[in-house]
Write a new protein. Structure first.
Length: 498
């Protein structure tokens, strides 16, 4: 990464297209101009103090949300990858709890432009907000650190990331990312919105740094994993936990208070509200491979583990709080997939005589029964909540798609058929909706990480909506991922940072 003066970049002069913003000739340090974006009742203003690279910005505007924005913006026009960082503080107290001071990257100065920003709200909430195309709705990923003192937004290709720092101003990855493809040149800068069209608010941005980012190819990168939850009605996301390295396959405890996930072969538990995870004592089973889940009564935890049998996967069951693993499957490899609604049967995928299949076995142990042959691979299977059918993904008909079979192994039918590979189906507690992971046709199973979509289908009419676009893969939703009340999902997104 190297620091570069913005003046060496592509700058656009007085003949630039300003959208709704009104330009000014006042000196603004590293930035080129400023103006109100969208419709405001009270004109905004901005002052620059060169001694500490600070900007005092006054802005009005009803909101920066939904499909249109209204705010005061200080900006310059650039191209390529970029990062913007600043210490941010509101001047004075009061005002709307959702007034915003933002670091923003924006396609145009139109009020409904595509954009991404890191927004500090009046109540201390910090979030990565984005509108991924002109006129679309805005969505957000809420950080789990309130009232940071320093913030940074970073554009890497089509993805945006944020970092935040406390009193020491040391920046740490805030978790999550959003995909907003911007074309050609675009705007980067500072903004203030009062969240009340009748008033103005003031914020101070100090120690402002704008940095040109060098290409990532050939450089050293660090993998981060973000454990997130998403509300399916609003599609807004919240960070529960972020960490360097790889974590996988979150699922909810039956009381909805905590999430279990796999990290380095060990099972971890973390509060949904955020905090530090604790390790679950799983005895000798310390090489879990991502397939795990809690029994319907909340008492037992099933894991697929490779600690024994020459590192080939076996399904074990133990107390949900930890304990001595009890072996359930006799043959290997076997990968846990789900519990029957009554908790008496375990569903698993297994490779037998070179071919994968979907099997059941009594939870107490015993003989396995083949439910369905999966000639083209398998990426998740799960009982419907009524226990009458099983959903799974398979490529046996060409391309990974989701299928359904009755619980007695008959009546197989295809559920999805579109221009994507679709894997890891999970049914909502009421059985009406199915969430799954989608990626470019022919890419499922080829990479640990890539561009994916978290999608949800209404099973009554097969209407499908996109919940999130992210960098994901096999660890994103390997395990049952719905909250007990059916309002939220848990998943893991991945970020490669320099």
């Amino acid at each position: 990464m190297r620091r570069a003066r913005l003046f060496s970049w592509l700058l656009v002069g007085a003949m630039a297209h300003y959208g709704d913003a009104q330009p000014t000739a006042a000196p603004l340090g590293a930035f080129q101009d400023r103006g109100d974006v969208g419709t405001v009742l009270h004109a905004g203003s901005a002052e620059y103090d060169a001694s500490n690279r600070s900007y005092t910005i006054v802005g009005s505007g009803e909101n920066m949300w939904a499909t249109a924005d209204a705010f005061q913006f200080v900006w310059t026009k650039v191209s390529g990858d970029v990062a913007l960082a600043a210490d941010i503080a509101f001047a004075g107290s009061g005002g709307d709890a959702h007034k915003k001071a933002v670091l923003m990257v924006r396609q145009s100065l139109d009020g409904d432009s595509a954009y991404a920003d890191v927004a500090l709200h009046g109540n201390g909430l910090t979030s990565l907000q984005a509108r991924d195309e002109k006129g679309a709705a805005t969505h957000e990923i809420q950080s789990n650190m309130p009232a940071p003192k320093r913030l940074r937004i970073e554009k890497r290709g089509a993805y945006f990331y944020i970092s935040r720092g406390g009193d020491d101003r040391v920046l740490h990855m805030a978790g999550g990312s959003m995909r907003v493809p911007l074309e050609g040149t675009f705007y980067v800068g500072l903004g203030v919105c009062a969240h009340n069209k009748d008033v103005v608010e003031k914020a101070v941005f100090s120690n402002v740094d704008v940095t040109e980012l060098s290409p990532t190819a050939g450089g050293t990168t660090t993998l981060f994993s973000t454990l997130e939850t998403i509300t399916v009605t609003s599609t807004d996301r919240r960070v529960a936990y972020v960490t360097p390295g790889r974590i996988e396959a979150p699922n909810w405890t039956r009381d909805g208070a905590a999430l279990l996930f796999n990290s380095g072969g060990r099972m971890q538990r973390v509060p949904v509200a955020g905090g530090q995870p604790t390790t679950i004592d799983t005895g000798f089973a310390v090489h879990a491979n991502g397939s795990h889940g809690i029994s319907p009564d909340g008492a037992l935890l099933a894991v697929s583990d490779e600690s024994r049998e020459h590192r080939r996967s076996v399904v074990y069951v133990m107390a949900v709080v930890g304990g001595v693993p009890r072996r359930v499957t006799r043959q290997v490899p076997s990968y846990w997939q789900g519990w029957s609604p009554d908790g008496n049967t375990v569903l698993f995928a297994g490779q037998r005589r070179g071919k994968f299949g979907i099997f059941t076995v009594p939870a107490a142990g015993g003989e396995e029964t083949r439910l369905a042959a999966v000639e083209g691979g398998n990426a998740g299977a799960e009982y419907a909540p009524d226990g009458k059918s099983v959903y799974f993904s398979s490529g046996h008909a060409g391309g990974m798609q989701i299928w359904r079979v009755l619980s007695d192994g008959t009546g197989m039918e295809q559920v999805t058929s579109d221009g994507f590979d679709n894997i890891h189906p999970h049914l909502s507690p009421d059985g009406r909706r199915m969430v799954f992971l989608s990626c470019e046709k022919g890419t499922a199973g080829q990479s640990e990480m890539g561009d994916v979509m978290l999608r949800m289908m209404s099973l009554s009419d097969k209407r499908t909506v996109v919940l999130a676009k992210l960098i994901g893969g096999p660890g994103t939703i390997d395990a049952p991922s719905w909250s007990p009340d059916g309002r939220q999902l848990a998943f893991v997104s991945y970020q490669m940072m320099r």
